[in-house]
Design a protein around this ligand. Structure first.
Ligand SMILES: Cc1cc2nc3c(=O)[nH]c(=O)nc-3n(C[C@H](O)[C@H](O)[C@H](O)COP(=O)(O)O)c2cc1C
Length: 390
C-alpha cells in the first residue's frame, strides 16, 4: 500500500513545499572535526539518508563557542563555518526534488562541561547545576551576555541561509539553554529574563525574533523556521505540562512554520502527573488548534506507526533511531518494499550504514542500541532517559 497519508506533500504558509510528511529528527553523531567543521563521515552519513524524506534536520550546531555541548559537535558559531555548513546542506538535500535541509541550532548551557569547553566554566540562566551526576555548577550569564546569545542565534540563522539550508530549527528542548531559561529549576533570575512563567518565556521568544529578522533580511526564497520543545522535565521545581501549554499557546502565534514536540515516545502521557490519561501530544494539538503545524516524534518505526500519527491529525512524523538502521525507509515504502525495511542491524553493517564508532559510543551513552541481530537489547539506563523515554 503506497497511499499512506504520510506520503502526501505539504505546503507551509510561507510557500515552501515538502514532498512528504516524514522527517528525520536531529541526531548528533559526535563526528564533526575538532573545530566544529563537518567531517567526511558526516557527509557520508547524511548523503545515505538524504533525498527521500520531506525534511531532514541536522545534528544540533552550537551558535557560540561556549554553547558547545558535545565533543565532535557541529558548529555554526562563526562565518568561517559557512563553507562547511554548505557541504552538509548539499549532502542532506540529496538529488532531484530532494529533502528540505534544516539546521538545528542551540546553546548547551549548563549541560556542557569545562572539559568540552577546554577549561571554560559552562554558563546558564542561573548558577544552579543540573541535578545529575557529574554536572558542574554553571556561571550566571549577565544581561548583556544573554542579549549576545540571542544575537548569535540570529547570526547562526544568517549562516544557515548563506550555506543553502532550507530552514533552521531552534532547539528549545532536551534540557539545553533555551529550556534552562524556561525552567524554574535552572532560571532563578529576577531581571527581565526570569521570574514569572511569562518572563521565563522571554529568552525563547527573543531568539525567534532574532531568527525571523535574519530570515527577512537574508533569505531570497521561502525559509522554514521551526522550534523544538520538550513538554516536561523531571527536575523539582521544573517545567510541568500546564506551563508548557501556556508557552505553546504563545508560540502558536509566533512566526513559526512548525513546532517539534520532543518526546521519546510519541504517545507518552505526563511524566509527572500519573493521573493524566491523555497523550501529551493530543493536549498540545488542542492548544495549538491548527495555528501552527506539529511534528511528533518518539519510537516510530513501522509505516503503521507513522500512519497512526497522521490519523491523529498531526502534520509531520519524525523517525529517528529507525533511520539509523534503515537509511532508505521512505524509498522502500514508496516502492512497496515494506517487507525489506530493516528493524535490526548486524554489527558488520555499521560501516556501510555510516554509523561510526563516535556515534555508536554516543548511542551507548543514550542507553540505546540498535537492536543487533542475535543480541538482546542492553536496556542500559542513561541520563538521557527523558529524551528517549525508556
Ligand atoms: C544518537 C542520537 C542523537 C540525538 N541528537 C539530538 C540532537 O542533536 N538534537 C535533538 O533535538 N535531539 C536529538 N536526539 C533526539 C532525537 O531527535 C529524537 O527525538 C529521539 O531519538 C526520539 O526519536 P526516535 O525514537 O525516533 O529515535 C538524538 C537522539 C539520538 C538517538
Amino acid at each position: 500500500m503506497t497511499n499512506y497519508q504520510f506520503l502526501k506533500p505539504y505546503t507551509f504558509a510561507n510557500g515552501a513545499t515538502v514532498k512528504n510528511r516524514v522527517v528525520i529528527p536531529p541526531m548528533t553523531e559526535q563526528s564533526s572535526l575538532e573545530d566544529g567543521s563537518v567531517s567526511r563521515d558526516e557527509l557520508y552519513y547524511a548523503g545515505l539518508r538524504a533525498g527521500g524524506v520531506g525534511m531532514f534536520i541536522s545534528p544540533v550546531a552550537n551558535v557560540t563557542a561556549n554553547g558547545k555541548g558535545f565533543e565532535g559537535q557541529l558548529s555554526a558559531a562563526d562565518d568561517k563555518f559557512i563553507p562547511s555548513l554548505a557541504k552538509l546542506a548539499t549532502a542532506m538535500k540529496g538529488t532531484g526534488h530532494g529533502s528540505k535541509a534544516i539546521l538545528q541550532i542551540f546553546h548547551a548551557g549548563r549541560m556542557s562541561m569545562s572539559t568540552i569547553l577546554r577549561g571554560t566554566q559552562p554558563e546558564s540562566a542561573s548558577a544552579v547545576a543540573a541535578p545529575r551526576e557529574g554536572m558542574e555548577t554553571p556561571r550566571e550569564l549577565t544581561d548583556a551576555e544573554v542579549q549576545d546569545i540571542v544575537t548569535a542565534f540570529g547570526e547562526a540563522t544568517r549562516r544557515a541561509i548563506l550555506a543553502g539550508f532550507d530552514g533552521v530549527e531552534i532547539h528549545g528542548a532536551n534540557t539545553y539553554l533555551i529550556q534552562q531559561f524556561f525552567s524554574p529549576h535552572s532560571n532563578r533570575r529576577t531581571d527581565k529574563w526570569g521570574g514569572s512563567v511569562e518572563k521565563r518565556m522571554t529568552f525563547g521568544l527573543e531568539i525567534i525574533k532574532a531568527a525571523k529578522a535574519a530570515i527577512d533580511q537574508y533569505a531570497t526564497s521561502p525559509f522554514i523556521l521551526g522550534y523544538r520543545i520538550s513538554p516536561e522535565e523531571i527536575e523539582e521545581p521544573g517545567i510541568r505540562i500546564p506551563d508548557t501549554l501556556q508557552f505553546i499557546d504563545k508560540l502558536a502565534d509566533e512566526p513559526l512554520d512548525y513546532l517539534h514536540i520532543s518526546m521519546g515516545n510519541a504517545w507518552r502521557k505526563s511524566l509527572n502527573d500519573k493521573s493524566e490519561t491523555e497523550p501529551t501530544i493530543l493536549r498540545i494539538k488542542k492548544t495549538v488548534n491548527n495555528r501552527v503545524p506539529l511534528i511528533s516524534v518518539g519510537a516510530i518505526q513501522t509505516p503503521a506507526d507513522a500512519e497512526k500519527v497522521m490519523d491523529a491529525g498531526i502534520d509531520f512524523v519524525a523517525i529517528g533511531r529507525e533511520y539509523l538502521r534503515e537509511p532508505h525507509w521512505i524509498q522502500k515504502v514508496e516502492a512497496g518494499l515494506e517487507d525489506t525495511i530493516r528493524y535490526r542491524v548486524n554489527r558488520t553493517e555499521l560501516d556501510d550504514l555510516g554509523l561510526n564508532p563516535a556515534l555508536m559510543e554516543f548511542l551507548g551513552l543514550l542507553g540505546t542500541d540498535l537492536g543487533f541481530e542475535g543480541e538482546a537489547d542492553t536496556g542500559v539506563v542513561s541520563p538521557y532517559d527523558v529524551v528517549l523515554n525508556k
